[in-house]
Design a protein around this ligand. Sequence first.
Ligand code: SF4
Length: 93
Amino acid sequence: MTIADQRTRDSLAWTEQAACSDALPDLFFPVSEFGAAEEQITEAKRICAGCPVRIDCLDHALSRGEASGIWGGTTERERRHLRRRRAALRQAR
Ligand code: SF4
């Protein structure tokens, strides 16, 4: 195993504690944020709310620019908003 492999493995160690590990993957990748998908998103967010690695998951999604799916209890649109707020705060400093 290379150092890069080890770093990748270490950086994803949090996934072993993911509350969604037994859930259907489709639940976390709704086709939209509206209509029938809203119920799906609510259920995914309910699972995320009790997840012990929610912050790690959200940080991973924000740092990688994950464009789709529910990560750390957030939708794609919510993460875009968070990224814009973080960028604005950085500029204000
Ligand atoms: S926060 Fe949600 S999507 Fe992330 S690992 Fe936990 S349950 Fe899965």
